[in-house]
Design a protein around this ligand. Structure first.
Ligand SMILES: Cc1cc2nc3c(=O)[nH]c(=O)nc-3n(C[C@H](O)[C@H](O)[C@H](O)COP(=O)(O)OP(=O)(O)OC[C@H]3O[C@@H](n4cnc5c(N)ncnc54)[C@H](O)[C@@H]3O)c2cc1C
Length: 319
């Protein structure tokens, strides 16, 4: 089985999800090739090759910022030459944009946001949650040709270092990077802080915080844990925090190791975005709040008393 994985980097910083995709591919067996594209791919390609994969590196000034038009053309040339059975990327904004276009362009089947992969009789079966995680679908590619698969971030472990990797620097055909839109600058909406999709720890707040002025308290707790900050839709709709923090059906789907739900009732539309978190801690003054039905640990009490004490203790513990 030939597997092509697509690495993700932003301004020459490789995203950890790239290693998760390599590990998922390795667990299936077969021959793995990884494509990395960017303005300068040297460091990223070396880090990927250290995981034992054959890396095809495409560096060009016009590839510095993600541009699906140019990136898709480059990966398409690799698919045409290598004819992989499976192409895999992470189900981030980057991966979703890229893979949907690629699957359409190549006429291939696509399974998105998968949380498990198995090989049965030489064919890949992709497992993906549906209906808010209440059921799981098993998807197989029913036609000849490449199967495109995106993997939910944090659902797979990162690859460890392995021997046998190498980097093949590729020449970029200038015609492939001529695009209708040019990205001139990228401004980080998270101000360089941890991105929700990649976070191991998330501290999320809901209407229980009473007003935007109290969100600082949540950010402080998140900083103590080097965590990302999440929010319920109620406080996003109220204009207390920007949409990029929203977790849930109409926000982001997250999968951290640890999720704190602070003053969040646990409406189903919120749960579908975070219920697969490994450990959930809920802080709510209502002992009957639905969030306690899925929480591993629950603290019943006033968040305005609990959060400052917890933050202080966490600062002492984490340093
Ligand atoms: C189509 C659709 C899509 C939606 N998409 C999303 C989505 O993506 N994400 C999402 O989150 N919601 C979504 N919603 C909204 C969802 O139904 C809920 O309204 C929302 O999640 C509630 O947010 P909340 O838990 O912050 O607020 P509330 O339900 O008002 O809960 C506030 C909680 O805070 C607790 N509390 C209050 N004061 C304190 C205190 N001092 N100390 C401790 N606890 C306290 C209360 O006991 C309560 O449980 C969607 C709804 C629809 C219809």
């Amino acid at each position: 089985m030939k597997i092509l994985t697509i690495a993700e980097q932003k301004e020459n910083q490789l995203a950890g999800v790239s290693f998760e995709v390599i590990q998922a591919a390795r667990a299936l067996g077969g021959e793995i090739t990884t494509v990395v594209m960017g303005g300068d791919t040297n460091a990223a390609a070396a880090a990927l090759a250290a995981k034992g994969t054959r890396v095809m590196a495409y560096a060009h000034p016009d590839l510095k910022y993600f541009n699906d038009e140019a990136y898709v053309r480059i990966v398409k040339t690799v698919i045409d030459a290598e004819k992989p059975d499976i192409v895999m990327a992470s189900a981030t904004f980057y991966g979703k944009a890229l893979m949907a276009r690629l699957a359409a362009l190549c006429g291939g089947a696509m399974a998105s946001d998968c949380t498990g992969l198995t090989v049965d009789g030489g064919a890949l079966t992709a497992l993906r949650p549906a209906y808010g995680g209440n059921v799981f679908m098993k998807l197989q590619n029913n036609r000849p040709g490449t199967f495109f698969v995106t993997l939910r971030p944090k659902a797979f472990v990162e690859a460890v270092d392995a021997a046998g990797g190498n980097v093949v620097n590729q020449t970029v055909d200038p015609a492939l990077v001529v695009t209708r839109a040019k990205v001139r600058e990228r401004v980080s909406a998270t101000g360089g802080k941890v991105n929700l999709n990649e976070a191991d720890v998330i501290v999320a707040a809901g209407r229980g915080i009473r007003g935007p002025e109290n969100f600082k308290m949540i950010e402080e707790m998140a900083d103590a844990l080097r965590a990302a900050v999440g929010a319920s839709r109620a406080i996003v709709d109220a204009g207390w925090v920007p949409y990029l923090h929203q977790v849930g059906q109409t926000g982001k789907t997250v999968n951290p190791k640890l999720y704190f739900a602070v003053g969040i009732s646990g409406a189903i539309q919120h749960l579908v975005g975070m219920r697969s978190s490994k450990t959930i801690v809920a802080i709510n003054r209502d002992k009957d709040a639905p969030i306690f039905n899925i929480a591993n640990y629950g603290i019943v009490g006033d968040l305005f008393e609990i959060v400052p004490v917890l933050t202080k203790k966490l600062k002492e513990a984490v340093g």
